[in-house]
Design a binder for this molecule. Sequence first.
Ligand SMILES: Nc1ncnc2c1ncn2[C@@H]1O[C@H](COP(=O)(O)OP(=O)(O)OP(=O)(O)O)[C@@H](O)[C@H]1O
Ligand SMILES: [Mg+2]
Length: 433
Amino acid sequence: MPMEASTLRTLNQFAVDLIQIPSTEDLFWYVAQNVVGRLNFVDCVIYQANEEQTDLRQVAAWGDKNPFGRNILNPLIIPFGRGITGKVAQTRRPVIVDDLLSDQNYIPDTRPARSEICVPLLLRGRVVGVIDSEHPDPQAFGDVELEILDTVAAMTGAKLELLAEAQRSAQRYRELVASHEQLSEEVSARKALEAKLFEARRLESIGKLTGRFAHEFNNLLTVVLGNLEVAEADPSTAAARQGLRDARLAGERGAKLVRDMLSFAQRTRLNRVDADLNLIVAGFADRQPATCAERLAFDLRDGLWPVSVDAKAVDEILKNLVENALDAMGREGTVVIRTENVQKLMTEEPTALQGPPPGSYVRLSVVDTGAGIPRERISQIFDPFYTTKPVGSGTGLGLSIVQGLTHQMGGTVTVVSETDNGSTFRLLFPAIK
Ligand SMILES: Nc1ncnc2c1ncn2[C@@H]1O[C@H](COP(=O)(O)OP(=O)(O)OP(=O)(O)O)[C@@H](O)[C@H]1O
Ligand SMILES: [Mg+2]
């Protein structure tokens, strides 16, 4: 007898419902329930095979024999090969028993049945379980029931495959997430280490600076106190007056030292805006005292590209460079301050590895014709506290400040100099175009 149209419809619906089922456990219960409820079997028990393929374990049961709903109190365990279900698991072939009373394989249950049908659940050639149904009458199962249960088993097997695949990809996803987490942990551990290292270096350089500052300041205090002592001994003498003047000079240098240290330390407080360097240079020139102004010459090109700088910082830079230039020249000579647009090409200065990358820049140069810097000292002049000036007259912070401020504004500073042949300090600031 062929399958009825209503049964086919039920099986179709069954296939559609399977799509929604989220887990193996739900799947087994759904199948058991629907084999009974929709496909008109009296009961249905599903057994799952263990990994080792030695035992079947009852995982779902529906019908008169299991009144506990979705619950199995004492799940039956049946070894492969034993009883009808065990045989089906072992041979992977369905079985129909017409009369259980004459079958020696029958394992009687709480309520004895007369006929039984059992089909294997296969997943890629492996038995993953069996679907079993019993009936109180003999010869209750025929080809139609076998075809129905076979179809149900095939659909269930396909769904099991999908669930297994979903589980595998969830596992792969978890592994991926875990290895990603490990990676980001490693990255943040490395970042933390770098931060520590940076902090250690910073502390080391602050330590050095503080040490030198203390030393420098102490020298000045010695001068102040020594001179005051001389003055106190007999305030009316010329030596006392000279001592007071010297003490005052040393005090002023101390004040400058503190100012320099502060501007050295406060590098982070720049307020950069798009600006015309020519205007800043002009403002600087205006504020110079006459003695200094008369020794300055300007070569400021028109149409300068704007740059992103802090005007006060540029002022501070110019002040230091001009001061150094005047010191290097003694009483004679003029300092030239020059501005110009510069297009740095790829082919330019192939040896200047550390120079800025090709692009548009505005160059600010301070040129003198003074004593120059011996080649072997050039690498030191930007070091904090490096000075060749007499004790008490230079702190050696000027160029450190120049370099620090320039870098902070995205610029670079280089120097070209030769002994007795003057020096040119060049600052390059990226143009804003
Ligand atoms: N234009 C220059 N010509 C020759 N040597 C220079 C020039 N500018 C700087 N130097 C050398 O570099 C050293 C360091 O300069 P820097 O401005 O940092 O400190 P300083 O001028 O000695 O002291 P400070 O600027 O703190 O008063 C100077 O002592 C000098 O030897
Ligand atoms: Mg200086």
